[in-house]
Design a protein around this ligand. Structure first.
Ligand code: CA
Length: 228
């Protein structure tokens, strides 16, 4: 799960980012409206924590732009502007939740988790590819009915592949979705994690689901022998 915090108060942004990273989320931070928009335009965040009063472009305008281009990220508005009119305006524009400053981190975290538990409209919590089952609610993974234990990054990678089953995902797309900007490792990290994932998900089974598309990236596919 990759999150974006849009907050010009650096101290607040830092505390929230640190807390969410400790909960194993991938977290990016933007301190002004313009850089926030660039990031929102590039990355399909799972959730955005959005301050309203920002230098550059306001949070309300960012929300309007995001929904206009069809962005489905969950948006939690976090602001000192807590009048009913402010709240209604932002819900009308497509905010999913609202928290007024000052706030307790525990409440923010509870709201973030609740928002991320909601499946996107029309989608179920259960992702199924062949005999692989991923429950997005409990983050439990099973193959042929047998439970598979994954680390949080392995899970993030598998969930992303399964949510886009049959599509080729480039290393860049995977990096952008599963890791955050604080990651400063090697770009072959994706290959390393795909290897880990294969060992757990594919190696014990005859039918292989994770497919390497040479020169392009990876895909999770029920019929990996087709069209290789
Ligand atoms: Ca602000």
């Amino acid at each position: 799960m990759r999150l974006l915090i849009v907050e010009d108060e650096r101290k607040v942004a830092e505390v929230v980012a640190r807390g969410l990273r400790a909960e194993r989320f991938a977290v990016d931070v933007a301190h002004d409206g313009l850089s926030a928009w660039q990031m929102m335009d590039e990355v399909a965040y799972d959730l955005i924590i959005l301050d309203l009063l920002l230098p550059g472009v306001s949070g309300t305008e960012l929300l309007r732009r995001l929904r206009r281009k069809g962005g489905t990220s969950a948006v939690l508005v976090l602001t000192a502007r807590g009048t009913t009119a402010d709240k209604v305006e932002n819900f009308d524009l497509g905010a999913d939740d609202y928290l007024t400053k000052p706030f307790a981190f525990a409440e923010l975290l509870a709201r973030v988790k609740a928002l991320l538990r909601r499946p996107p409209v029309g989608k179920s919590n259960l992702l199924t590819v062949a005999d692989l089952e991923i429950d997005r609610l409990t983050q439990q993974v099973r193959r042929a009915g047998k439970r598979i234990e994954l680390t949080s990054k392995e899970y993030g990678l598998l969930e992303y592949l399964a949510a886009n089953a049959g599509r080729v995902l480039t290393r860049t797309m995977i990096m952008e979705h599963v890791w955050d900007e604080s990651f400063e490792g090697l770009t072959n990290i994706v290959d390393v994690y795909v290897r880990h994932l294969r060992a757990k998900v594919d190696d014990p089974h005859e039918q292989k689901l994770i497919r390497t598309i040479r020169g392009a990236g990876y895909s999770l596919d029920e019929n990996p022998e087709d069209g290789v």
